[in-house]
Design a protein around this ligand. Structure first.
Ligand SMILES: [Cu+2]
Length: 158
């Protein structure tokens, strides 16, 4: 009887130990995951910033932004973007969706910029661009043409 109780207690203690080890392991794994996520959100190096030319993720397109005046916080601005294929030939007739935000703040663009004009020669006008605070912004062009859909991500510092 006493022996059985001792064994039961022993097993309970072992279970507790296993549970503690399990929780500790989970904490380590979760910590690792958080580390991966944190590094993903880290601000890119300075050479990754700017108006381009910037290659799309799968290298289908090159895009470059042109602005009449420097980007400013809290100001509604228009920009032009020139899109070429990987050989430098202008891409006309593309559909461009615009997305972006601040990865470190977890929010998107405060406005919904859109292409207002296709100017020819691979040039498009984008209206309604506004950055409502300073810091690192991602500005993304999702470009679709017969060459395929690909995304160009600009890193902008405001
Ligand atoms: Cu922000």
């Amino acid at each position: 009887m006493t022996a059985l109780r001792t064994v039961t207690q022993q097993m309970k203690r072992m279970n507790t130990t296993a549970w503690v080890v399990g929780v500790a392991l989970l904490a380590v794994l979760a910590g690792g995951q958080a580390g991966v996520m944190a590094s993903k959100m880290a601000r890119p190096p300075a050479e990754e910033f700017g108006l381009g030319p910037r290659a799309s993720a799968s290298k289908t397109y090159l895009a470059m932004i042109f602005i009449d005046e420097p980007l400013q916080k809290r100001k509604l601005q228009t920009m032009q973007v020139v899109i070429t294929d990987r050989d430098g030939h202008p891409v006309d007739g593309a559909t461009i969706a615009i997305d972006g935000g601040m990865p470190q703040h977890g929010h998107g663009l405060p406005t919904q910029p859109r292409v207002s004009n296709a100017l020819g020669g691979g040039e498009y006008e984008i209206e309604g661009v506004r950055f409502n605070m300073g810091g690192w912004w991602e500005f993304k062009l999702i470009i679709t043409s017969p060459a395929g859909t690909d995304i160009v991500t600009f890193n902008l510092a405001l």
